[in-house]
Design a protein around this ligand. Structure first.
Ligand SMILES: Cc1ncc(COP(=O)(O)O)c(C=O)c1O
Length: 380
């Protein structure tokens, strides 16, 4: 017998109370009992996004909201700058291309954060650029990009809007939409929101709304203006993911009860402990300068097969983490500490990693990482 421990940066574990809430008999979304649930989700999402704007709930994975953030605000032929420092940054460019926009790529070395001054220079150099698309937390590299600084740059330009993929940032670290002037935020359910995959969320500012009104890209399912009209009446255009919304109400209540700042502080503590533990076991961080608090990417030591380490973590210890993608394949493992995770998830991840590294033939003394994590996470 082996217990399965899910420590990948999405999907993430779901709290037991939420699992039970979602197991209730299904209700009909056009009948009165749906409206109070939906209304509470709408309020809870505004709190989570720190916005007065409506947050739209879509039955889709996070990429659906990314796509909507392109098709509802750009027009065919529009130029938009996108930060490509990993797999998810790259996706912005692919979506724009698919819809006949002109993506302007700003390449950033994997493991590094974008320099806001480079964004500013690119906007100065080409006044026809209409938007900046970026990640707050680039999950493929475990980097946090400087959203606040970029928002200060786009905020000064009435003709440029800022789109932030916060799929592994919402509920992880501070990202107040209205206060910082972020025009569009997208996120998904299966990360710090502690839900199964299947819901995507998007909110946009008044500035972005002016672009929505002139956008000419054909759309049907992801028609955000239509969805907003429906949401205001506690309804959706299409059949919503009813059970997931019941779960959403539950997790949003949990977040509200704990308080967003405390959620961020708890996650930060786990992130700091994980990073310190990884270093204590003699490994390097893939994103040492601007790490995301959602996850930690540990560099697999030279001569050790990273794919094997990931496999051994699962086979020998039941621990699921993420490996590296593309150029980082086999070179890193990514340990998540967002959402429904706590002290012993971090300790499990670190101890399993130490054991799997030795199993894979790495010459090291086990225990230094765990000792460091315990030192940081001990209370009292
Ligand atoms: C930062 C980021 N953006 C986009 C996505 C894509 O979301 P989904 O897989 O839910 O479509 C992910 C998923 O891991 C992500 O972490």
């Amino acid at each position: 017998m082996k217990k399965n421990i899910l420590l990948a940066p999405g999907p993430t574990p779901v709290p037991p109370s939420t699992l039970l809430a979602m197991a209730q008999p299904i209700i009909h979304h056009r009948e009165p009992e749906f409206k109070p649930i939906f209304s509470q989700c709408r309020e809870g999402l505004k709190y989570l996004f720190q916005t007065e704007q409506e947050v739209i709930m879509l039955a889709a994975s996070g990429s659906g909201a990314m796509e909507a953030a392109v098709t509802n605000f750009l027009s065919t032929g529009d130029k938009a700058l996108f930060v490509n420092g990993g797999k998810f940054g790259e996706r912005w460019g692919k979506i724009m291309k698919a819809y006949g926009c002109e993506p302007v790529e700003l390449k950033v070395e994997w493991g590094q954060a974008v320099d806001p001054a480079v964004i500013e220079a690119a906007l100065d150099a080409d006044p026809s650029i209409r938007a900046v698309y970026m990640q707050a937390s680039e999950t493929s590299t475990a980097v946090a990009h400087p959203v606040k600084e970029v928002a200060a740059i786009t905020g000064k330009r009435p003709g440029v809007f800022l789109v932030v993929d916060a799929i592994t940032a919402t509920g992880v670290f501070k990202l107040p939409m209205d206060e910082w002037g972020i025009d569009i935020i997208v996120t998904g359910s299966q990360k710090a929101l502690m839900l199964p995959p299947g819901l995507a969320f998007i909110a946009w500012s008044e500035k972005a709304d002016t672009f929505n009104k002139t956008s000419n890209i054909p759309r049907f399912y992801f028609d955000l203006a239509l969805e907003r009209k429906k949401h205001i009446d506690d309804q959706t255009a299409w059949t919503p993911a009813v059970s997931l919304l019941v779960g959403l109400r539950d997790v949003l209540n949990m977040i509200r009860e704990e308080g967003l700042e405390k959620v961020h502080a708890r996650t930060t503590r786990l992130a700091e402990a994980t990073r310190a533990a990884v270093k204590a076991m003699g490994l390097k961080l893939f994103a040492p300068d601007s790490p995301s608090n959602a996850l930690t990417a540990a560099v697999i030591p030279e001569g050790v097969d990273g794919l094997k380490v990931k496999k051994l973590l699962r086979e020998n210890y039941g621990v699921t983490v993420a490996g590296g993608q593309d150029q980082a394949k086999g070179k890193i493992v990514r340990l998540a500490h967002l959402g429904y995770t706590d002290t012993f998830d971090v300790i499990s991840a670190i101890s399993a990693l130490e054991m799997a590294l030795v199993d894979a033939g790495h010459d090291m003394v086990m225990g230094a990482g765990v000792a460091k994590a315990m030192e940081i996470l001990r209370r009292g």
